[in-house]
Design a binder for this molecule. Sequence first.
Ligand code: C5P
Length: 401
Amino acid sequence: MLHGKRVLLIVSGGIAAYKSLDLIRRLRERGAGVRCVLTAGGAHFVTPLSLAALSEDTVFTDLFSLTTESEMGHIRLSREADLLVVAPATADILAKMAHGRADDLATTALLATDKPVLIAPAMNVRMWNHAATQANLRTLESRGVLRVGPVEGDMACGEYGPGRMSEVMEIVAAVESFFADRSPLAGKRALVTSGPTHEPIDPVRYIANRASGKQGHAIAAALARAGAATTLVTGPTHEPDPAGVTVVRIESAAEMLAACKAALPADVAVFAAAVSDWRIAAQAGQKIKKNAGAPPQLSLAENPDILATLAAPGNLRPRLVIGFAAETEKVVENAQAKLKRKRCDWIVANDVSPATGTFGGSDNTVHLVTGKGVEDWPPMSKTDVAARLIERIGMALAERA
Ligand code: C5P
């Protein structure tokens, strides 16, 4: 759910700081990267060492540390995060935030950031109820600062009332719902095919192609990061499973088609697999022997076209169907013809002539062919192609909603 998200956790001085240790673990379990800033007050309750061990990252404490400034800089620290979480947020840090004070690293990062901020206040009930704190909160909330808690309960100081920091899982839920709300593809279902297919000749041999699965896997990862419930149907590759994606491994085109059908319905389907056009017409049940005289004649049969099958009009047709066209000549013309023939909405056309190094390489030069025209994208990494494509998918699904 939080894969690839970067959280800057600011731990200020309150007894609830011990809960922040567990917060780091829970956020990281869900795939978020957590980097911590510890205030001087916070350091009375938890040590930089425990935060560093749990976050597996440097803990930043000192505004005027030469190492911090030379390696990182307080401005970059907050800019590199997707969300700043202040937990616990004391009355003091809320007051500083409300008034734009910046007298330590935490408050400087908070003032320097243009990123969203979530606070988890924790303080004595009288401090919470004080008109000054309430006025500061109104100021912060009017600026869009998000808040979780505090909750009512027994306090470490022996009093009872609102002021306890929310439980860790409530803070995690607030972080998750923040990202879910902002995910352009939240609530959408996506299907991606990737890799080559292996078409068996006999139990030990197969025909295949050179597809690496890099592009398809990157697309599945980007869809999942954008919040889509993503199924990746993949032929054999050396690529690791993308985080947060349901991976279905298959070998042949027939298996890929069945797995794709089983993954429907979907809002968007991206067919990046290099499906073998043919299979062996009659697969041998036993290993074919070399010494049987003349070499065997392999007779081929056409494989089902998975893209064309799923792009055909019907109840289960995904709203947006995207095919790939790996071409070695007349890249755009061939892609335009393919768009019509296969009845898909877009074709991502790429030149795979050996000189481009696209097959198995990390970069790709693609043309996005749609009913409206052709966009030539500059050369970029396959990860960037995926990110850009997902941006376009988000826009298209919003238009078609
Ligand atoms: O016709 P061609 O194989 O060049 O088309 C490529 C596109 O069609 C890709 O999106 C590929 O994933 C898809 N395809 C398919 N099933 C096939 C052949 C191609 O889904 N049997």
